[in-house]
Design a binder for this molecule. Sequence first.
Ligand code: AMP
Length: 323
Amino acid sequence: MVTIATLGSHSALNILAGARDEGFKTLLLCEKKRTFYERFRVAEEIIYVDDLSEIRKKELQEELIKREVILIPHGSYISYLDLDFLENEFDVPIFGNKFLFRHESDRTSERNWFLRAGIRIPLTFEPEAIDRRVIVKYHGAKGGKGYFTCESPEEYYEKKVEGEVQIQEWVHGVTMYFHYFYSPLTKELELTSIDRRYETTKDAVTAFPGTEPTYVVVGNFPLVVRESLLEQVFDIGDKVVKASQTLHEKGLVGPFCLETIVTDTPEIVVFEISARIVAGTNVFVPYSPYTYAKYFEPMSAGRRVAREIKNALKEGKIKEVVT
Ligand code: AMP
């Protein structure tokens, strides 16, 4: 019997609650210091490790394979398991398509993905060409630390410190994070929910004029989009799924998120993708207005993942939904 497992971080409660809803055995791999998971009831079993990177160890991998574990990846996986290792040496089945993580974590590949999809994205600039407000992003910057905005080449050189950057058009609008689920079994794209992030210091109670905000995500708000915009929401989602199939034969599988700014046109401008479950879906346990309109029963992102695994097992197609 399959056990659904994940790492103790990010969206583990959501994932394991959903697995329980679908009747799976659940397992959490967790650092010793994070005993707070014991205060909840989603993990039937917890394996404690000193450090999450211990799941690289052969013995632990073998143990997980023996237990027929399917691991559900979330935002912390890439930090604990480097991409080369994950693609080439990690043998535990992972739900979704791990070969796309590379394309979400590198800004250039991510941009190519969007260009293939033909969706609206922020323009990018060389320093000398800056002629409007831009946001300067360091590669691999965690949580938007060190980002800055400027309006001219002079201001850019004044503010820039070491490191590779991408200079993006500053898109004026509000952020919306669209959570999707693509099922290779039904070939259907679903909108599961939408969130907005709570970022410190950008959303600080007192914003100090003249200081650059930071964008460290510490929470999420639930959102619904103006209903007439749903056509655009599905259109960009469909295009991104289609383009993903040109990057890897399996394309996107399961949950993913498009991080966007919605302008007053209104137009949805996509600035980032997460090719797995995002923490913004945590707000929607046990369901969202969108999953309710499709399932008429509790259906969170975590449960939707477990449902897909259940259906795949039933149809003898588990290989289609794991990598
Ligand atoms: P990121 O680290 O790329 O997710 O960006 C962090 C935050 O910066 C986002 O949540 C937005 O508030 C803001 N942001 C990112 N890209 C842009 C852009 N092109 N225009 C305006 N704001 C942006």
